[in-house]
Design a protein around this ligand. Structure first.
Ligand SMILES: Cc1cc2nc3c(=O)[nH]c(=O)nc-3n(C[C@H](O)[C@H](O)[C@H](O)COP(=O)(O)OP(=O)(O)OC[C@H]3O[C@@H](n4cnc5c(N)ncnc54)[C@H](O)[C@@H]3O)c2cc1C
Length: 361
């Protein structure tokens, strides 16, 4: 939907699968996730008039963030003020983002719904597959996709807390689990958080099905008493996690964007940021093409593939390495990783470099 908006602003005619233009039956309320979006994603959505279409309480700025290791010594604190940025990230309600995109799309010129029967055969110079990690179109183009399953699932839910969130996100590396609390202002007037808790899939399924009181006890055991007691405020959903990368990501007349091109662990909250950066790169390459070059020209599409290869590989490497570092159970590794966090916490320039990288996937 974001790419359709970006391309229609260039005056190109864009066809979208019919259901992409219709609001979902639940009015988009089914998704309990909230995305941590970086400043590059925010700029793109602002330029496309999507950001301003979001309800005020669907976006919460993150001013501070703490990352806690699995020993008392391991902790890193990030602050937007110290890094000299407006916010470390913005937490955006997933369902409201979906609604805002659909609303803006309905007013976009040059965007039309394709009847189901048209499918990919619609008379298009370029077909972009943004079908997510289980893309069927990718298979049809003979793209290699060999996911490495982590054997972990991410459990997502909405929580309410007894204490104000103070625009602070928290993350615990509680080997082998990783738990993140993302501050979110909705549903007002409760202080709330979006939870992302990844762990071995069997345990995630147990926690998903456990009675509410047991689930809340397990949650508060990891997060501690500082939140005034976290309570469950939604359904619990789980996603199996894998690392995968498509090869190639384009060919004559087609390209992949988003999770259809690369899927990573959500511990750094970067999957959608990478997908939106794909959109920005592809629409820039198309806008800057030579006047005689067709949209589906493979040379043109390879410019997009080259622009995205390094950032997507680097982010996959960082998330995968962090996960393995914190999964290792040897006492020496555990000691070193926690001391490393404390050391990093004291190195302001390195912290600044890390923040800058995460803000611009
Ligand atoms: C628990 C969790 C938390 C996360 N948190 C963050 C975060 O904080 N920040 C972040 O940046 N990322 C986060 N992510 C990652 C993020 O959700 C994904 O990277 C992002 O949703 C990928 O977007 P996408 O549009 O490429 O694919 P998807 O979101 O999978 O969307 C693809 C869509 O295409 C539809 N589709 C498929 N085939 C067709 C077809 N043939 N015709 C029509 N429609 C089709 C699908 O039904 C689906 O709606 C998180 C992921 C999880 C699981």
């Amino acid at each position: 939907m974001t790419l359709a908006l970006a391309l229609s602003r260039q005056g190109l005619r864009v066809g979208l699968p019919g259901d992409a233009l219709r609001a979902s039956a639940e009015g988009g309320r089914g998704d309990v996730r909230a995305y941590a979006l970086n400043s590059a994603s925010r700029s793109l959505l602002t330029a496309l008039k999507v950001w301003d279409a979001l309800p005020a309480d669907a976006v919460t700025a993150v001013d501070d963030m703490c990352v806690v290791g699995d020993a008392a010594s391991g902790r890193i604190d990030f602050s937007a003020w110290q890094q000299g940025v407006a916010a470390l990230a913005w937490i955006v309600d997933a369902a409201e983002l979906d609604n805002a995109l659909r609303t803006v799309l309905r007013f976009a010129p040059h965007v039309q719904a394709l009847a189901e029967a048209d499918g990919e055969t619609a008379d298009a110079e370029l077909t972009v597959l943004a079908e997510g990690r289980d893309s069927a179109g990718r298979r049809a183009h003979g793209v290699a996709w060999q996911p490495q399953a982590y054997g972990h699932s991410a459990l997502a839910a909405r929580l309410v807390a007894g204490q104000p969130h103070a625009n602070t996100a928290c993350q615990w590396f509680a080997s082998p689990a990783v738990l993140a609390l993302l501050p979110l202002d909705r549903p007002a007037p409760d202080t709330s958080y979006a939870l992302v808790w990844s762990m071995p899939s069997e345990r995630a399924e147990q926690l998903r099905q456990q009675p509410q009181a047991e689930f809340e006890a397990a949650l508060n055991a990891v997060c501690g008493a500082g939140f005034g007691g976290l309570r469950l405020a939604s359904e619990r959903s789980a996603w199996p996690l894998a690392l995968a990368r498509a090869e190639p990501v384009c060919g004559p007349g087609w390209a992949l964007v988003g999770d259809a091109a690369h899927t990573i662990h959500p511990l750094a909250g970067q999957g959608l940021n990478l997908g939106l950066a794909d959109v920005a790169a592809l629409s820039r390459v198309i806008a800057e093409r030579e006047p005689w070059r067709a949209l589906g020209d493979e040379t043109l599409l390879r410019r997009y593939a080259r622009a995205r290869a390094l950032p997507t590989q680097a982010m996959a490497w960082v998330t995968d390495s962090l996960l393995h570092l914190f999964a290792a159970e040897q006492p020496l590794v555990r000691e070193l990783r926690n001391r490393g966090m404390t050391l990093l916490n004291r190195l302001a320039p390195l912290k600044r470099a890390l923040t800058a990288r995460a803000m611009d996937a």
